[in-house]
Ligand binder design. Structure first.
Ligand SMILES: Cc1ncc(COP(=O)(O)O)c(C=O)c1O
Length: 388
């Protein structure tokens, strides 16, 4: 069966809700993905930030294969060796007051749990989120996500959500009151187009939340797990935490969500109120443990070094089509004046895969094993495309 066949079958049998990239990918190795005719593509998007160690990393493959032989799923009402060790390792890795974790199966689910936990901890249902913020598309997470194109059809959404300009602590100060349950923010806005706030912003947000008794929910689904260098992007600000959400690459490519909470929040969550049949399954937990082991200081330093090189090299490209280069570590956005989708298609024709963000941004979320030589390949292709 050919790639064309697979595309038309998917089009026919899957709900048609994704942009179609016209590419059937069947396997991966290292930082490369392969199509059905064996052609190789340089992966600079790691499946929207999931495959942080690329494909077929031997430690991940071994850990998952071994767990597959033992036990794949186990309901949270029974204890499990791997889940216990993974939970302890993850809580210890995040630290700064976080003492417990609730496991689920996606970033959106991690946000759903965070919102419910914030209501339980405060007995309030008013939230503040950011303009252009993205937290997922399930009904609860969609209530925190900005953007009429996602929300309009489903209004009214949950509870009371108000949005303020991202990066502007004064705007936040104006809407905060003792009625607010929680503020929910990404440390760097991803889906919006890779917008890092000025240094000190999160610290200020933390202070404002403390002043008004509001919980701070830090959405690290895209920025976490070493994507920007530190395990959590927000760790560069040395804040204390109430709730942190993780997902994407946390389990080495297995579906996962994690909502980490401090003691105060944990103690306000009654039994039965929020559970998940598959959350914390031993297979995903084996992926989490392996991920935490691989993600050592050396690899995080590599992310920072190659990330700086990546940003520098993009910045050096002289082209009237480029508006800005933004990012941190290996979370990078290249904003162009127009024809962003055309640029993504041209890169794909050069066998380089990147993804969109916002309306005009090409987003790069490469696997952490990417090297400077891969960045050079991208820059050569970009120069040629932009010149043509
Ligand atoms: C910051 C952030 N939060 C939440 C989500 C939702 O995660 P998922 O698509 O796994 O449900 C995403 C997904 O891109 C995200 O970037």
């Amino acid at each position: 069966m050919t790639a064309d066949n697979h595309q038309s079958i998917e089009r026919h049998f899957c709900v048609d809700t994704y942009v179609n990239r016209g590419l059937t990918l069947v396997k991966g190795q290292g930082v490369y993905l392969y199509d059905s005719s064996g052609d190789r593509y340089l992966d600079l998007m790691s499946n929207y930030g999931v495959n942080i160690f690329g494909y077929r990393h031997p430690d991940i493959t071994r850990a998952l294969a071994e767990q597959l032989e033992k036990l794949t799923t186990l309901h949270g009402s029974f204890n499990n060796d791997v889940r216990a060790v993974a939970a302890k390792a993850l809580v210890r890795r995040c630290a700064a007051g976080l003492s417990r974790v609730f496991f689920s199966n996606s970033g959106s689910e991690a946000i759903e749990a965070a919102l419910k936990f914030a209501v339980l901890a405060t007995q309030k249902k008013r939230f503040v989120a950011a303009v252009h913020g993205y937290h997922g598309k399930t009904l609860g997470s969609l209530s925190a996500t900005d953007g009429q194109k996602y929300r309009q059809a489903f209004a009214p959404l949950l509870w009371e959500f108000e949005t303020v300009e991202f990066g502007n602590s004064q705007a936040l100060e104006e809407v905060l009151s003792s009625q607010v349950a929680a503020v929910i923010l990404e440390p760097i806005q991803g889906e919006a187009g890779i917008y890092p706030p000025s240094p000190g912003y999160l610290k200020k947000v933390r202070q404002l939340c403390d002043r008004h008794g509001a919980i701070l929910i830090v959405d690290e689904v895209q920025t976490g797990c070493g994507r920007t260098g530190p395990f959590l992007a927000s760790q560069s600000e040395e804040i204390s935490y109430d709730i942190v959400c993780l997902g994407k690459g946390l389990a080495g490519g297995m579906p996962v969500g994690a909502t980490l909470v401090n003691d105060k929040v944990a103690n306000s969550i009654p039994k039965h109120i929020h559970t998940s049949t598959l959350g914390g399954n031993p297979l995903a937990c084996a992926g989490i443990l392996s991920t935490l082991n691989i993600l050592d200081k050396t690899l995080r330093a590599h992310v920072e070094e190659v990330g700086s090189y990546f940003i520098d090299q993009l910045t050096l490209i002289k082209s009237k089509h480029i508006v800005a280069v933004r990012g941190k570590g290996l979370m990078i956005g290249l904003e162009v004046k127009e024809n962003r989708d055309q640029l993504l298609k041209s890169l794909q024709r050069h066998h380089i895969l990147a993804i969109p963000a916002g309306d005009k941004v090409v987003r790069f979320l490469p696997p952490f094993l990417v090297q400077k030589k891969h960045v050079d390949l991208l820059v050569t292709a970009l120069k040629q495309i932009l010149r043509d």
